[in-house]
Design a protein around this ligand. Sequence first.
Ligand code: SF4
Ligand code: SF4
Length: 623
Amino acid sequence: MAAVMPAPAASRLLMSGNEAVARAVWESGVKVAAAYPGTPSTEMLEVISTYPDLYAEWSVNEKVSLEVAIGAAYAGSRAFCCMKHVGMNVASDALMTLTLTGVIGGLVIAIADDVGLSSSQNEQDSRYWGRFAHLPVLEPADSQEAYAMTKVGFELSERFQVPVILRMTTRINHVKSVVEVGEREAFAGAGFKKEPARFVMVPGNAGKRIPLMFKRDNELRALAEQSPLNFIEDGSDKRVGFIASGPAYMHVKESFPNAPVLKLGLSCPVPFEKCRELAALVDQVVVVEEVEPLVETELKAQGLKVLGKEILPPQGELAPNVLRPAIARLLGENVPVTTSTAAVQIFPRPPTMCVACPHLGVYYTLSQVRNLTISGDIGCYTLGAGHPWNALDTCVSMGASMGIAHGMDKGRGEADKDKRIVAVIGDSTFLHMGMQGLLDMVYNKGNVTVLLLDNRAVGMTGGQDNPGNGRDIYGDDAPRIDFAKLVAALGVKEERIHTVNPYELPVLFKTIRDEVKVPEVSVIITDQPCVLIKDYHKLKPFEVLDDKCTGCGNCLDVGCPAIHVTRRGKEIKASGREVDLAFVRIESSVCTGCGLCVQPCAPDAIVHHVPVSPIKLIKNCGA
Ligand code: SF4
Ligand code: SF4
């Protein structure tokens, strides 16, 4: 990706929260920014990489990205890293000690919570990390605040020598609003100074840092009481006052414009006195926070009478259609039946893979092999759990397919003794967190067939580069990992490593069927690129010959979205059995000619598409 010149200072731009944070990072003079892609945080680093005068990288996982940022901050430079909420679970090992060493140059960690579960495996609340690691948490409510709070984050970080968490949610990450931008400030790095008592966290040193952390807690709480980021907006309707942060504040303002509100921009540590100030103004206080009752619990522990999750749901966004009826019930009013915006009717469709995705053949084949238990992983391959493949039995977290498959093998009961265990993982996920699981499996004499689906991209988040595809975040050449050599280095026997084209179904089928019978660890690598990256080359498309199609529906089992059912029917077999038929059409304009659906079609009804010549079309129209 070529670096682009940023918009001049004082421009007013329509920006998503991700873009606003990226701009603020650049303006703050940050020298190093690192991340692993993860929706809804991905665009922050993508945009940062387009700015000049700083270094950006896709790291192999979130812990490494945080470590890279820590190193830069120890060296006295400003540093940034971002991740989605589950990424902090991975990075937390570094975070929990970082809180003791602190930083020299400012370090802001943006964590994007997927409130409402648009694309994630859980809905955890990252504000917990502020409490757990004794760190300040900033919560922007729109793009302008995301921009401003990122800058404040660096100042806070340097003033208290502490990393600062910027908690975003999907709504802030992706929704656009106007931001007035500024200029990049030069930031002179202080340089690294040897200070082993601070930076070498052996027990003796760490023990001395803990009291400093508690002292910092008190200073931060005093700051939260005074900070202009935490302010009360008075209102004429004193029946209920609200304490809210992030997008929940916006929802409160939209639902109850006349109610007093305490907005928490610096939401951890909680400013208890400010909360008491609000309570004195109103009949009762409701804490509106997405997802967990963190502020509410802390206020109750302080003896404040507040309501929260007794009346509000602990899951999903607290939008006006949720807030209004809950407060109406609290006030004994009729529940309003209208919402501010009409719900958009979206045609329901299950998530599916792309046309010609190289994983289609893998899941089609897995669905045809009998007696398998399949441990899946995070990424596009999770979609293998859906129709028509129904080919995944588990999916927990990044890289977990390996350990879970190994555990299923070792822990199997009598009923499962004949089952063959397969683990499915993608290239980037394997490098992120899967390698250790494979090593464990080999070391402990496991019996699992691993399918390593190398599509040369972090596909699910938009095709970002990784060490498996030989390009860095700037699109420049980078060393490319040889997966066969890598898994051999982890101890898999050479004869148990196969590289297979996932579009060649008979070879794939035979390789999987043979390897699951071998009672040791095998790795089958599929090596075709994601259809959405530039390494993918389309071939001549196919079409279905109506007069040859028997309606058997075998091609539908491949799961390619370019194949549509045009007509359904029934057939009575000689045995008297009734069979459902599905006659199909291929949408030739999107078909890439991968050839997958051709292979299970017995009557050869799928042939290369012959475009109708314009002259013939005109003749057919009678012109
Ligand atoms: S050849 Fe078949 S499977 Fe491949 S893209 Fe075309 S319709 Fe889909
Ligand atoms: S596999 Fe062939 S015969 Fe069967 S439905 Fe598809 S195109 Fe028709």
